[in-house]
Design a binder for this molecule. Structure first.
Ligand code: 3HC
Ligand code: NAI
Length: 680
């Protein structure tokens, strides 16, 4: 097999090129090739300097994650050896960076004696997002080259920096405008006589005299963000070692910490999730070569909570939107909220005032549905009511141009029934955004019985363009996410009656790693969502809260009381209501332990997930996990509900469900019996 690494000469410069699509991951063959190339440079007097560059879309984007856990990842030369060999080259080595120098890729670049980059390049160590730390000297070299504060931020958050910033902090020696290879060769020619060659591992200027308060402050400032995750703290400790220990000992500490993370469940979960997210984009049963329809203009119907947020996604991506409302007042209110949201982003410095105007300039508000005639995609976001939706789609059928895609943002309703109110069900699908629609990354793409393949392909491609992660769901009540939310909600409410408090149930969920528990979520979203609006009809605790105006945070009271800063506290009034209901139903409250809450609110979700899979409503278990991580904040270090079910073990879940008297989904029972897993 030919090596992905090739070498050629340009005068006395050895140009080493990697060609390992798609992202030049540092798999075994690449590592082997790099070592040979350095040996070639060292062994040949004619070679005065080396340039390492990559073909294709990017510089090395990291270790090959698909090799992790296989013998290949341990096959010598391993990456830590490779980077040492590069750094120890007796001739100056220049990294020529384009695309993304990520993880092991940046570690290779740090081992090179110089780094040049095109301005569009990004440099980062995203290992923390895979539950890891840079394990090939990155935690020791990065602070020496870029400074401790920058290294801490890059390693513990995993966020990359642009080449310009990298240049400012000393991580890039020269920015290259124009052809990267020829400029990198010219740069190598300039530095070929420099001796001793500058080695990052030998530098101490940026790590001397660093006060330990830097680390304490950093931990404190990011405590919320890092809650529950192992890897950020390990990254911090590795960088602390860079400051407090000599290089060789720091590297040993890095290795120890790396191996500890690598053998943990969090790293497995996060690496699994990396591939889960990418797999979700692949749709079963689409004929090869199906090309997407072109979307130049989007229409949105309804400028309420969802319609406004949905529109912002397209405006931000530079796609014009026409938004329709029934009344001028609602239209003005809706567009006003959009502008306010953009301005708030600008106030935080994440957008310029010009960008705000540009986005809002692409918006056409109107009261006439007919104005959607020239749209390539129309998304309906009116009230959640089948009759109204059917009426809207019936009208759209007459207005929309042939080939336009007609989508509903419905949360629960039957997309096939909506499609049947048109003469073109093949053009209809569900595009289920999550609230706030301009922020949440998840998009459930609901595939109707008749949805055409190119409509689905268009939706998936468009999702990427507006930076959403799309997951395909079948037509069923609540699709994937909301359907699994239902058993959780039902059990949470029953638990209240039986003796638990909202605080206890929410605490168990937060300790598990969710951003909030079911009752905090209800208060945030609005306790009144889906309420029948009749204060005299009180059938459950939620009806009772709604009847006395406890609609959640927006009213300053819901399952919790809120102060003027929206800080929650347990509510004696709610406790009173719960007790009234207990008396009414003849329930004597009992002590409820945390495990029971887990069994009844989380195991039941897994059970529902198994049913969804069995019915073919999700293409694969990992798609369910993507829905829960991106739609509801399931902690990614637990992989998602189905991955978590596998770490608990399907047999244990079955046992827990049976203990509480639930019917077990057939697929779950079969998995438990056969000792199989959902995700592996
Ligand atoms: N290893 C193996 N495969 C990888 C990979 C990697 N490091 N990075 C990306 N891929 C694969 C993807 O799975 C995908 O495969 P598919 O086409 O079969 O689905 C393909 O490459 C293209 O990836 P994307 O769809 O993500 O392409 P984008 O252009 O959107 O993004 C990217 C490119 C920014 C490089 C992005 O893929 C990325 O962030 N990759 C991960 C980078 C990373 O985490 N590196 C650190 C690895 S750990 C490490 O280096 C440990 C070391 O310190 C010891
Ligand atoms: P909303 O009540 O905030 O907004 C609906 C808007 O549609 C109102 O402004 C109303 O005036 C307008 N409208 C109603 N009929 C219309 C018509 N015939 N023509 C033009 N405009 C019309 O409701 P929200 O929350 O935005 O929900 C919209 C849809 O999105 C619903 O189907 C809902 O289930 C779904 N959804 C809601 C989520 C949420 O968290 N609010 C999350 C995901 C989906």
């Amino acid at each position: 097999m030919t090596s992905p690494i090739s070498t050629r000469r340009h005068g006395d410069i050895l140009i080493v090129t990697s060609n390992n699509p798609p992202v030049n991951a540092l798999g075994h063959a690449v590592r082997e090739g790099l070592v040979k190339a350095i040996e070639e440079a060292d062994g040949d007097d004619q070679v005065k300097a080396v340039v390492i560059r990559c073909e294709g879309q990017t510089f090395f984007a990291g270790a090959d994650i698909s090799e992790f856990g296989t013998p290949k990842s341990f096959a010598p030369p391993m990456l830590p050896q490779v980077v040492d060999i590069i750094e120890n080259c007796t001739k100056p080595v220049v990294a020529a960076i384009h695309g993304t120098a990520f993880g092991g890729g940046l570690e290779v670049a740090l081992a090179c004696h110089y780094r040049v980059a095109v301005p569009s390049a990004k440099l980062g160590v995203p290992e923390v997002k895979l539950g890891l730390l840079p394990g090939a000297g990155g935690t020791q070299r990065l602070p020496r080259v870029a400074g401790v504060a920058k290294a801490l931020d890059m390693a513990a958050t995993g966020n990359p920096i642009g080449a310009k910033e990298a240049h400012e902090v000393g991580l890039v020696d020269r920015l290259i405008e124009g052809d990267l290879e020829s400029h990198a060769v010219a740069f190598a020619d300039e530095v070929k006589e420099v001796r001793p060659v500058p080695r990052a591992s030998e530098r101490t200027d940026k790590i001397e005299g660093v006060d330990s308060s830097v680390f304490a402050d950093f931990r404190k400032a990011n405590a919320r963000k890092f809650r529950g995750f192992d890897a950020p703290e390990y990254n911090i400790q590795a960088i602390e070692a860079a400051v407090s220990k000599p290089y060789a000992e720091g590297v040993q500490e890095e290795r120890r910490l790396f191996m500890e993370l690598m053998s943990g469940t969090q790293a497995r979960a996060q690496q699994y999730f990396f591939f889960a997210e990418r797999k979700a984009a692949k749709i079963d049963g689409i004929p090869e070569g199906t090309s997407p329809r072109e979307i130049r203009k989007v229409g949105v119907i309804g400028a309420g909570t969802m319609g406004g947020g949905i529109s912002m996604n397209f405006l931000s991506a530079g796609i014009p939107v026409t938004i329709v409302e029934m009344q001028q007042e609602a239209l003005d209110r809706g567009t006003g909220v959009m502008r306010k949201n953009y301005e708030a982003t600008a106030a935080k410095g994440r957008m310029t005032p010009e960008q705000v105007e540009k986005a809002m300039g692409l918006l056409t508000p109107t009261l006439k549905l007919e104005d959607l005639a020239d749209c390539d995609l129309i998304i309906e976001a009116v009230f959640e009511n089948m009759d109204i939706k059917k009426e809207v789609f019936g009208k759209l059928d007459r207005i929309a141009k042939p080939g336009a895609i007609l989508a509903s943002n419905t949360s629960y309703l039957n997309v096939d029934e909506i499609a049947a109110s048109t003469s073109r069900p093949e053009d209809v699908l569900g595009l289920h955004f999550f609230s706030p629609a301009n922020v949440m990354k998840l998009l459930e793409v609901v595939r109707g019985a008749k949805t055409a393949p190119d409509v689905l392909v268009t939706a998936m491609q468009l999702a990427k363009k507006i930076r959403k992660v799309a997951v395909v769901a079948g037509v069923c009540y609540g699709f994937i996410g909301n359907r699994m939310l239902m058993p959780r909600q039902i059990e949470a409410n029953k638990l209240l009656l039986e003796g638990a408090t909202p605080e206890q149930i929410d605490r168990v969920h937060v300790e598990f790693g969710m951003p909030m528990g079911p009752f905090q979520m209800a208060d945030l979203a609005g306790v009144d969502i889906g309420w029948h609006r009749d204060p005299s009809r009180i059938e459950n605790i939620r009806d009772a809260l709604c009847a006395i105006d406890r609609w959640g945070q927006k009213k300053g009271a819901g399952f919790y009381d809120y102060d003027e800063k929206r800080r929650p506290s347990p509510s004696p009034k709610v406790q009173e209501i719960i007790e009234e209901f207990r008396a009414r139903e003849g329930v004597t409250p009992r002590e409820i332990d945390d495990q029971e809450i887990i069994d009844r609110t989380l195991y039941t979700m897994v059970n529902e997930g198994a049913k969804i899979l069995e019915e073919g409503m999700a293409q694969r278990a990992s798609d369910i996990d993507v829905v829960w991580v991106y739609g509801y904040g399931w902690p990614v270090y637990r992989g998602g509900p189905m991955f978590w079910a596998d770490t608990e073990g399907p047999a244990k879940i079955v046992e827990g469900l049976k203990r509480r008297g639930f019917d077990v989904a057939d697929l779950l029972a079969r998995k438990a019996e056969a000792g199989e897993k959902f995700t592996r």
